[in-house]
Design a protein around this ligand. Structure first.
Ligand SMILES: Nc1ncnc2c1ncn2[C@@H]1O[C@H](COP(=O)(O)OP(=O)(O)OP(=O)(O)O)[C@@H](O)[C@H]1O
Length: 603
């Protein structure tokens, strides 16, 4: 699956993905999009009208009959008419800008939401792929405004094409030769912009990994999690130099492209200016010869800068479309992943009568991108209502096994069953609602203390008693009740009035979270590693009472945590070496006895 994804990423081309973008924006804000189109049409009509009114005004002034008493009032009428159109144009532009702003916000929210929904629905294995992070980082960058920018740019291009057609027809009324002359001089600007926009996009695709690396280093230098080590180990300067090296490399690679683009733009805009003066000369000579009017010169002087701006706008609009295309593609790439994953899956209900005994049958597993398997031919049973412990040295594969039990990864060989049915047959959410883990690298949520606990089952109706009950069982209640706002206290220091606690206290909140859930299987992966010896002993000595009749899987390096388990598996190098009760294993001459027979101070 990862390989398919990598292939898909490689296939990103610079083709414009306009149809999908339009549908996306229509989905987010149909009404506002229609309004934008209407306003753009109004703007164009008013723009044209105001310019043409100006030309008529100048012609009227230049042909004025000074003996005619009505001519003054007639001129004023034309001035008022031209002014009204110009004001109408200004108002239409302001309304358009407002509509576009509202539309942009709506689209940005819609896309952010879709990106989040897609990210949370992806299998964990996607997070193993650097390609995924490249696409995600581009999609996130694109998320807030780019699809809308593409639509507004398209509307702008459409508006400018309409304006150009209108302006072109006005130029045509002066003299037909001016139009092809102008196009010939201005067109190279357009081509140069499109060419370099395309080059810039290819450059961006190539450099996303480098950009991500520098963003990572920048984050390391500024984030709180790394602040302590950076100071203690004096890593600041070293990391900053690494960051600077990447920035300089990216800058230098981009410089060459920028240099070529600037040179080409200087040449093409000079050509356009030559065209302008050639036309001015042509009309000026025509006026002297009496073939063109003063109004024509005024019209041209107003129109030419306008038409030049319009053509510039069209070309920069096209370059914006290309420029944003890679980001838009990344968004669709991300959205498409979800559809691929979830299609055609049919689920069966969770077992009711058969119980929830979990069984791993000859399970083997290799991480995506890894060469060697982490788990080899593992068979373990977690009977309903029993406490099972898994023991092993660092890197033995214990946490990996937990990830498989949580259905975060699927085994490459063998199967995991619940109540005799392969867990792949169950709906993921439903299956996971039966499993409540405390991960080794549990999350510290910067929300209230009670929400830290409620996150164990957010669908459960709010009950303060249940929250406090779980909190007491985990040992968190003792410190939470001392907070000024008890369970309403904000945890962590990211937000105002936040209360930072020790790592052991965070861990107690994580345990309370797992206990709060109604899941029938609890998993404690090094869940008490930061607890003091007294707190850990208290927890495990009455563990059965605390978890009532639920099943549990405990992973720990401490004998005190596992000795009460009903059955213990010893894992080494991804295989089960030994299994039995604590007493049986201690009496065997194996790894378990070596680890735990000589009591250590913490056991
Ligand atoms: N995301 C990953 N991608 C590739 N390989 C991984 C990944 N996570 C772990 N591994 C590999 O799997 C092996 C087992 O890791 P695991 O975290 O399951 O060990 P563990 O028994 O829980 O160790 P510890 O006691 O240190 O927590 C590691 O040696 C590592 O090489």
């Amino acid at each position: 699956m990862i390989n398919i994804f990598t292939e898909k990423v490689k296939k990103i081309t610079t083709n414009l993905n306009l149809k999908k973008t339009i549908l996306l924006v229509l989905n987010a804000s149909k009404g506002w999009l229609i309004l934008s189109v209407v306003m753009i049409l109004a703007e164009t009509i008013l723009f044209l009208g105001s310019i043409y009114a100006l030309k008529i005004l100048v012609d009227k002034i230049s042909h004025i009959n000074f003996s005619d008493k009505n001519s003054e009032s007639e001129i004023i009428k034309y001035v008022i008419f031209a002014a009204a159109l110009a004001i109408g144009y200004a108002v239409a532009r302001a309304i358009s800008a407002y509509i576009i702003e509202v539309q942009a916000t709506k689209v940005a929210h819609h896309i952010d939401e879709k990106i989040h929904l897609t990210a949370i629905s992806l299998e964990l294995s996607y997070f193993e792929s650097p390609d995924y992070y490249d696409v995600l980082s581009r999609a996130k960058e694109a998320g807030s405004d780019r699809p809308n920018l593409v639509i507004t740019t398209m509307l702008e291009i459409a508006k400018n094409i309409l304006n150009l057609a209108a302006v072109g027809s006005l130029i045509f009324t002066i003299n037909w030769i001016l139009l092809p002359l102008l196009i010939a001089f201005v067109l190279p600007t357009l081509f140069v912009r499109i060419y370099f926009a395309n080059k810039q996009n290819l450059w961006r695709i190539k450099h996303t990994p480098l950009e991500r690396k520098s963003a990572y280093l920048s984050n390391l230098l500024t984030a709180d999690v790394s602040a302590k080590e950076i100071r203690v180990f004096g890593l600041g300067e070293y990391l900053n130099n690494l960051y600077k090296k990447i920035r300089v490399e990216v800058f230098e690679r981009n410089l060459n492209l920028s240099y070529k683009r600037t040179l080409s733009e200087v040449l093409t805009t000079s050509l356009a200016s030559m065209g302008f003066f050639a036309c001015i000369g042509y009309i000026a000579v025509g006026t002297v010869r009496g073939t063109t009017s003063v109004g024509d010169i005024v019209l041209f002087l107003v129109i030419f800068p306008q038409s030049f701006t319009i053509i510039q706008n069209i070309s920069s609009g096209i370059s914006i479309l290309y420029h944003n295309n890679i980001f838009i593609n990344s968004i669709f790439e991300l959205f498409d992943l979800k559809i691929e994953e979830k299609a055609d899956e049919k689920y069966i209900d969770l077992p009711k009568d058969q119980g929830i005994t979990l069984e791993l049958k000859n399970v083997s597993f290799t991480y995506p991108h890894a060469i060697n398997p982490t788990l080899k031919n593992i068979s373990i049973t977690i009977p309903e209502g029993k406490i099972i412990a898994i023991v092993g040295l660092n890197g033995a594969g214990k946490s990996t096994l937990i990830k498989l039990l949580c259905k975060l990864y699927k085994p490459n060989q063998g199967e995991i069953t619940m109540g005799g049915t392969n867990i792949n047959s169950f709906n993921e959410l439903e299956y996971r609602s039966q499993i409540s883990p405390v991960f080794q690298d549990f999350s510290k949520y910067n929300v209230t203390a009670e929400d830290n606990i409620r996150f164990g089952d957010i669908s459960k109706p709010y009950s303060e008693d249940d929250i406090i009950d779980a909190s007491k069982k985990s040992g968190a209640h003792a410190f939470v009740e001392k907070f000024p706002h008890q369970y309403k206290t904000m945890m962590g220091r990211l937000f105002e009035d936040g209360h930072e606690v020790s790592i052991g206290q965070w861990q107690k909140l994580a345990i309370a979270r797992a206990l709060f859930s109604s899941a029938r299987i609890l998993i404690f992966d090094e869940a008490t590693s930061a607890l003091d010896a007294v707190a850990e002993k208290e927890l495990y000595d009455s563990f059965r009472k605390r978890i009532s009749n639920r099943s549990a899987v405990i992973i720990s390096h401490r004998h005190s945590a596992i000795k009460h388990a009903d059955y213990i598996y010893v894992l080494s190098g991804g295989t089960i070496l030994q299994h039995g009760t604590d007493e049986e294993l201690l009496n065997m001459d194996g790894d378990y006895a070596k680890l735990f027979k000589t009591p250590n101070p913490s056991s």
